[in-house]
Each structure stands twice: as structure tokens, then as C-alpha cells.
Design a protein around this ligand. Structure first.
Ligand code: FES
Length: 140
């Protein structure tokens, strides 16, 4: 049996919506839990703060200049320091980034990729603002 009907426009629409849900580039892919971290006003404008979820430390950034929010692991993989929430946010060729306050290793806040060294990537998490609270999407 053919599972990919091509002559029914409704089936095509359903397929494309399903493809969208399974698209790894979608920011909410794989999220199982939305962790309510704190109130919006608990985060400094154009700065970060650290929140805890179980054993995780998560750096959350209120990137007011871009009108965007980001979250990543607080642990800098360079010297294994819990410091990224105290780093400086900025942009690199349009890409939002965080620079570690210790030795300035810089990571994309969209992909977690290290932008100025061969360091490993960091975990990044989707952020959703709802009812005045910051929610962080977690896969576990
Ligand atoms: S500890 Fe972060 S760059 Fe060195």
C-alpha cells in the first residue's frame, strides 16, 4: 500500500504539517517539558541569569536589544566552569552569541556551536514566554 498519496491535496497538507513537526530545525523539536523558570522581570535586560532544573544549571538571556530570549547550559566546556550566565551577549554576523567571561570562548545561542575555537558545542534550549513567566523547553 502506498503511504504517500500524492493526488489528494488534504493528504499532502497533513504530510507537510507532520514533516514540519519532525523537522530538527524547528526550535521546539523534541521538547517534552516546559519548565517554568522565573518571572520575566527576574532577568536583567540585555543580560543573563542562572536557573536550576534538577541537577541542571541553565543560563537564560533576556536579549532585549534583539527582542529575543535564549537559554543554554551554564557550564563553559573550556575549563568546566559554571559561568556562561555571567557572560556577555552580542551578535556575530547576525547570530546571537554568548562570550564566556573567563577566556572569551564564544558560542552561538541558536546552535550552541563554538564560534572562535575548536571547543565542543554547548546545549541550547528553546525559550517561551507565557503569562509573564519564562519557560524553558527540555527534552527529558
Ligand atoms: S572557562 Fe570559559 S572560556 Fe575558559
Amino acid at each position: 500500500m502506498d503511504h504517500l498519496p500524492t493526488n489528494n491535496p488534504n493528504s499532502l497538507k497533513q504530510l507537510s504539517e507532520m514533516d514540519l513537526l519532525n523537522d530538527l530545525s524547528q526550535p521546539y523539536h523534541g521538547v517534552k517539558t516546559w519548565f517554568r523558570a522565573a518571572r520575566v522581570q527576574d532577568f536583567p535586560e540585555n543580560g543573563g541569569a542562572c536557573v536550576r532544573y534538577k541537577d541542571l544549571q541553565i543560563a537564560v538571556f533576556n536579549f532585549t536589544r534583539r527582542n529575543e530570549w535564549y537559554a543554554c547550559q551554564n557550564l563553559c566546556p573550556h575549563k568546566m566552569q559554571m559561568v556562561l550566565s555571567r557572560g556577555m551577549i552580542g551578535s556575530h554576523q547576525g547570530e546571537p552569541k554568548i562570550a564566556c567571561p573567563f577566556h572569551k570562548k564564544t558560542f552561538s545561542l541558536k546552535t550552541g556551536e563554538c564560534l572562535n575555537a575548536e571547543e565542543c558545542t554547548i546545549m541550547v534550549y528553546p525559550v517561551r514566554i507565557e503569562d509573564g513567566y519564562v519557560h524553558i523547553g527540555l527534552t527529558g
